[in-house]
Design a protein around this ligand. Structure first.
Ligand SMILES: Cc1cc2nc3c(=O)[nH]c(=O)nc-3n(C[C@H](O)[C@H](O)[C@H](O)COP(=O)(O)OP(=O)(O)OC[C@H]3O[C@@H](n4cnc5c(N)ncnc54)[C@H](O)[C@@H]3O)c2cc1C
Length: 306
């Protein structure tokens, strides 16, 4: 429990309106599920963020950076500590120079805005991110990708706020990306990423983006809340194919349903709880293990208390 002194100090550091207490995480996840977080901090500049994380670390209070919550399942019992959302100066994108096809994309920037910026400025290479409903920070942390491409392929350098409050630049050779992940130490926050793109005609880039979004709409259920793919694809196969093969397409538990359109997506059909989602995940993983001897591992991040 956060005592009055801690709450007061957080308000002083963050600024009155930037810190909220006892906030439903269902408002901050695309699944629209999740109990309350003890505190939510909307960080707008580096000095305050650095001071806040130092304070939280010294007080032993955990924090979780949340992008658009598009890969997050927060359990119904809520989240201890602080959810940090990066806004303001953390949600912009700049050209490093007009002569180079290089940009600095800040972590709080939604990926769709990054893609729009690339179209407007004739920068090609990030079209595969079109339609992924996350932020730059979430995209880098998850090594987001589609159509055979991953964000690591366009990253030159990432700037990180370490758990000790130091701003550190890491070039691509120092970054340990995995399939849908990036190895970070506890407390590390991605601040921005330098993307290396190519100059091309805006109209051509727009055509590719439009085509990618169309393909995406054909495959994914966008009509109900979800967190995209629930499981990682096992080597040489597809989680969706396996879940469909065990006959679970359209299966419901409580208010959650394995999508009838894409079996690797669980949708919040009707006021689902996190337990409904977890029960469907257990069922799918169990059946796939039984029938194919393949262990599915979650792509989504499950956080919070039971
Ligand atoms: C309909 C739909 C379609 C999707 N399609 C795809 C797809 O094609 N490809 C794909 O890869 N993903 C896809 N996703 C999943 C999701 O959009 C991506 O993983 C996205 O990159 C997550 O970004 P986010 O900002 O929402 O991160 P969140 O879900 O908020 O967070 C995800 C993780 O990243 C961490 N994180 C976020 N920001 C930071 C930061 N600044 N510093 C350190 N850690 C951070 C969080 O702590 C958490 O562990 C889809 C999701 C949905 C709902």
């Amino acid at each position: 429990m956060m005592d009055a002194h801690i709450k007061k100090r957080m308000k002083e550091i963050g600024g009155g309106k930037a810190v909220l207490f006892d906030v439903p995480m269902s408002q901050y996840t695309t699944l629209r599920i999740g109990g309350n977080v003890e505190a939510l901090y909307k960080a707008r500049d580096l000095n305050a963020l650095s001071e806040m994380t130092t304070f939280l670390r010294d007080e032993g209070i955990p924090y979780l950076v949340t992008g658009r919550g598009s890969n997050l399942l927060v359990r119904d019992g809520g989240l201890k500590g602080v959810a940090i959302i990066l806004e303001g100066s953390f949600a912009v994108v700049n050209n490093t120079s007009m002569a180079e096809p290089c940009i600095v994309a800040w972590a709080g920037m939604p990926l769709y805005k990054l893609v729009d910026f690339c179209i407007e400025n004739g920068l090609s290479g990030a079209e595969f991110l079109a339609g992924i409903p996350g932020t730059v920070g979430g995209g880098v942390a998850m090594n987001a990708g589609s159509w055979g491409k991953e964000i690591k392929g366009v990253i030159n350098e990432v700037t990180i706020l370490t758990g000790r409050g130091i701003v550190e630049k890491r070039d691509s050779s120092m970054l340990k990306f995995t399939y849908r992940g990036l190895e970070l130490n506890t407390g590390e926050i991605i601040l921005n990423a330098v993307l290396n793109l190519k100059f091309d005609r805006p109209a051509l880039i727009r055509t590719k983006v439009v085509a990618n979004i169309k393909r995406r709409k054909e495959r994914f259920p966008f009509d109900m809340p979800s967190a995209g793919s629930i499981f990682k694809n096992p080597r040489g196969d597809y989680a969706g194919r396996l879940i469909e093969a065990v006959g679970l397409k359209g299966k419901t538990i409580g208010g959650a349903m394995i999508s009838a359109k894409h079996a690797n997506v669980i949708v919040n059909k009707d006021k689902a709880s996190s337990s409904d989602i977890l029960a469907l995940m257990d069922l799918a993983a169990g059946k796939v293990r039984e029938m194919f001897n393949i262990q599915l591992s979650p792509e989504i991040k499950v956080v919070g208390e039971m």
